[in-house]
Ligand binder design. Structure first.
Ligand SMILES: *[C@@H]1O[C@H](CO)[C@@H](O)[C@H](O)[C@H]1NC(C)=O
Ligand SMILES: *[C@@H]1O[C@H](CO)[C@@H](O)[C@H](O)[C@H]1NC(C)=O
Ligand SMILES: *[C@@H]1O[C@H](CO)[C@@H](O)[C@H](O)[C@H]1NC(C)=O
Length: 426
């Protein structure tokens, strides 16, 4: 702001009694928020982002206090926080504190929708949960701000989307991978409905299960689950990269390397190709024309990595989704074709067309090779990290082509945990 545009501190305010009450109410609201946050952070916030958001909130409030917006803020608080915003007594703080706790328990109250912190990162420090249907969730998640700058200090995060049946046998490995990097990642778990994983409060997996639905492998419900994971993660405005992993998937580099690689990448990593074999071109259904023509048809591994922009477009898409739902049925598998084809049509240039998740299909058959304790050696992991092949990263050749690998059997956990102190370098 130029000095000349600064408002004179002596500017006369018209202290109408209503405005005065509103300002007092705002002060009380802030006190309530601070007390509420203190309470929530002492119960160990998973993402540790409370202090960041608190700063943002304080800044927003300071900005609002400089203008007539204060009335709107107070009004919003009255509508959302429940009732007596202008009652300046101590009971109000207690009520707010209690309401805050209740809000954190149910996670889907009006308070959260109107609260800036809750808007920027719903579910931070509380179990993940909401009552939105898929269409409601996808609609909300597809919103993109027009303003270029964020009114809070935004540190880009990588969202790890765990598409699982339930148990996460490699949770201890991932916990070690994430340790010490709080604030740079977020975790979302899709499991079969009714499954509740038990994790220590300090675990990145604690309370991160999203509202899930039944998934039958090979059907469109798998795409639904992927979109549900993406959409839930998009609600956190700090999430910048979105990587889909399964319960049999493990990281083969440490967090720093993975984070830098993804956050600084000009491309997304979705495998995409079209070859003239029955399992690829042969799955194209001519009824998809003219929206998808034969030469636009693509195939790729379902284990994607997407930038925020592309993730928004995938969640927002209804047209191609409907087409795949209708015309890609066994032996066509939507999870292997929908996203690669959609990106090829609209964002080809922004895709690296390769996956960062290593897998071994060399043995043939419908399922890739699975590696247990005996196969998981230092040399094996070294070969995944660098197998002599080069790939392009931001247009330059590199030997780091894979950040994750699958499929591993639970028996490999002990060996992999041992390798974290050597080759994996967590
Ligand atoms: C990926 O494929 C698209 C075509 O879909 C192409 O335009 C793009 O250049 C490719 N990406 C890279 C990094 O080569
Ligand atoms: C490296 O991995 C890729 C992808 O799995 C494979 O195509 C290639 O043959 C491997 N190279 C060597 C030397 O093993
Ligand atoms: C891990 O390392 C410890 C200590 O070196 C060793 O006793 C143990 O057998 C190793 N576990 C596996 C599964 O390799």
């Amino acid at each position: 702001m130029k000095p000349g545009t600064l408002k004179s501190p002596r500017r006369e305010y018209c202290w109408s009694s209503g405005l005065l009450k509103a300002v007092v109410a705002l002060a009380i609201l802030m006190a309530g928020v601070i007390i509420g946050l203190a309470a929530s952070s002492s119960s160990s916030s998973v993402l540790g982002s409370s202090s960041l958001s608190l700063q943002a909130e304080a800044e927003a409030a300071a900005a609002a206090a400089n203008s007539n917006n204060v009335i709107m803020v107070a009004a919003a608080a009255a509508g959302g926080g429940g009732g007596a915003a202008a009652n300046n007594n101590n009971n109000d703080i207690i009520i707010r504190k209690r309401k805050k706790k209740k809000a954190m328990a149910t996670s889907a109250t009006t308070t959260q929708l109107l609260d800036f912190r809750g808007f920027v990162d719903p579910g931070s420090g509380s179990p993940w949960g909401h009552s939105m249907s898929d269409p409601e969730l996808f609609w909300r998640a597809s919103m993109v701000p027009r303003a270029e700058e964020y009114p809070f200090q935004r540190v880009p995060k990588v969202a790890f989307l765990f598409l699982t049946r339930g148990p996460l046998p490699f949770a201890p490995l991932w916990e070690r991978f994430f340790r010490g990097h709080e604030g740079l990642y977020s975790v979302y778990v899709h499991a079969v409905p009714g499954y509740t994983g038990r994790y220590r409060r300090s675990s990145p997996f604690h309370g991160r299960q999203i509202p899930s639905r039944e998934v039958s492998w090979g059907s469109i419900t798998l795409v639904d689950a992927e979109k549900r994971l993406l959409a839930n993660a998009l609600l956190d405005w700090s999430n910048q990269r979105f990587v889909l992993v399964s319960e049999s998937c493990v990281p083969v580099f440490n967090f720093r390397t993975v984070y830098e690689y993804l956050v600084n990448s000009a491309h997304s990593y979705v495998e995409s190709y079209n070859i003239d074999v029955p399992q690829c071109a042969g799955r194209y259904n001519p009824r998809m024309a003219p929206e998808v023509t034969e030469d636009q048809w693509r195939k790729g591994s379902e284990w994607f990595e997407l930038s925020r922009d592309l993730a928004v477009d995938v969640v927002a898409d209804q047209r191609y989704y409907a087409l795949f739902r209708r015309h890609c049925t066994p032996s066509c598998y939507p999870d292997e074709h929908y996203i690669p084809t959609f990106l090829h049509l609209w964002h080809g240039a922004r895709n690296a067309n390769r996956t960062v998740t290593w897998v071994d299909w060399s043995r043939g058959g419908p399922h890739p090779a699975r590696f247990g304790r005996a196969a998981t050696t230092t040399d094996f992991v070294a070969a995944i990290r660098n197998n002599g092949t080069r790939c392009l990263y931001n247009g330059k050749p590199t030997t780091v082509c894979y950040l994750f690998a699958r499929k591993f059997a639970p028996s490999a956990l002990g060996t992999l945990l041992n390798l974290t102190t050597t080759i994996l370098d967590f």
